[in-house]
Design a binder for this molecule. Structure first.
Ligand SMILES: [Zn+2]
Length: 393
């Protein structure tokens, strides 16, 4: 077995607070920064971390030449399996047309019409794109099939590129069921869910719970779907409180969801429920950027002790970016998170929602990201500059 020593690390962010130094602010202390560091990797796993001066011998070396190294970004909310794009819808929205979730039908039609190989090629290009920007772990949802056969197809394609797959048959009610929503609910909680579970096609169940969108699901509908998914052994994620105040966060907390995503409009009771239950609030500020909606109040969540994650929500309608560095820069500039809070939320925070730790420590997978800069601070300090990439060892 070959051991490779990574050296020349000006600043190593470990997310392991045992490396914190006296006098550091809590957000920085939590990053567990080691300066002039080295990491020893063997068989895809971290086997040693520490100052370069104390590094053990190794069979080979990779010198990153004074760069910062950090845990790979964890993009815990994406919709990467789709065909077509909605650039015209984006342009219309920038010219003043409101977003209500109706454009999803356009993507459903394009995706249903694409072959497996066409979807596979599109997905592979998107995965390569996010890896080039430092993302090592990605969650992918279905939700553009909305029939038993097409949902299974999207989940199968997602599973080819990641183990973190979410069943989102309840993304919107498809056009052919618009006159009979109850029948679509029966399909999702009946044959569709049964097929997903029988094939082991997903780990999570998710719902677009948004009473303000006629295309999405109400509180009662979402509860039925999530309960069915949970009873079938899937862990719960929720799209909630995106377009206005609503029941999504409350429902997620009630059902023990691992994460509730968007969290743009929150009541005091929502914030208290998140803090009490430990359900992670995943913020997706690329959506607010791309829809010109108000940003979520990250400070309110952080100050209340809520666990916060960041992800892209990469999808062709409301946010077609695959860039976690862009999301981190938005979180710092627009959500008023500190650079340390934003990086932690985009690594350890989002990792937690997938049952991972998102840290660089002995025994952890060697999912590393290198920044062509001496410090993680440059992620938000130099927005739009392609500094981050995954580190191949
Ligand atoms: Zn989403």
């Amino acid at each position: 077995m070959t051991a490779t020593l990574i050296t020349g690390i000006a600043e190593l962010v470990t997310n392991d607070s045992s490396w914190s130094a006296a006098g550091q602010a809590p957000d920085v202390a939590r990053l567990g920064i080691v300066t002039d560091a080295a990491v020893l990797v063997e068989a895809g796993e971290v086997v040693w971390v520490g100052p370069a001066s104390a590094a053990p011998q190794a069979d080979s070396r990779v010198d990153v030449g004074g760069c910062a190294v950090m845990p790979g970004f964890v993009d815990s909310h994406t919709h990467l399996v789709f065909a077509g794009d909605r650039a015209a819808e984006f342009a219309a929205r920038m010219a003043g047309t409101a977003y209500d979730g109706g454009g999803i039908a356009t993507t459903v039609a394009a995706t249903r019409g694409a072959t497996d190989d066409e979807l596979r090629t599109l997905l592979a290009a998107r995965i390569a794109e996010l890896r080039r920007q430092g993302t090592t772990t990605v969650e992918i949802k279905s939700g553009y099939g909305l029939s038993v056969e097409d949902e299974l197809r999207l989940l199968r394609l997602a599973r080819e590129v990641t183990p973190h797959v979410t069943f989102l048959g309840a993304h919107v009610v498809p056009a052919e069921y618009a006159a009979d929503r109850a029948a679509y609910l029966d399909l999702v909680t009946g044959p569709m869910l049964a097929a997903v579970v029988a094939q082991g096609a997903a780990t999570y169940v998710d719902v677009f719970c948004e009473p303000l969108s006629a295309h999405a699901f109400t509180e009662d509908e979402a509860r039925v779907i999530l309960r069915a998914g949970r009873a079938a052994g899937l862990a719960v994620r929720v799209h909630g409180n995106q377009l206005g105040p609503g029941p999504g966060v409350r429902l997620a907390c009630e059902l023990g969801a691992v994460s509730v995503d968007h969290c743009t409009y929150l009541s005091d009771a929502d914030v208290a429920a998140l803090a009490e239950t430990g359900t992670v609030a995943t913020l997706l500020p690329g959506v607010e950027f791309s829809t010109r909606h108000p940003y979520p109040d990250a400070r309110r969540l952080l100050d209340a002790g809520v666990a916060v994650a960041l992800a892209t929500d990469c999808n062709p309608g409301t946010c077609y970016t695959s860039s976690m560095p862009f999301v981190i820069a938005l979180a710092v500039r627009e959500l008023r998170m500190t650079p340390a809070e934003a990086l932690y939320a985009a690594t350890a925070g989002s990792a937690r929602t997938l049952g991972l730790r998102g840290r660089i420590a002995v025994g952890e997978p060697a999912d590393l990201t290198v920044l062509d800069a001496p410090s993680y601070l440059h992620l938000a300090y130099r927005p739009g500059v392609p500094l981050a990439s995954t580190l191949k060892v």
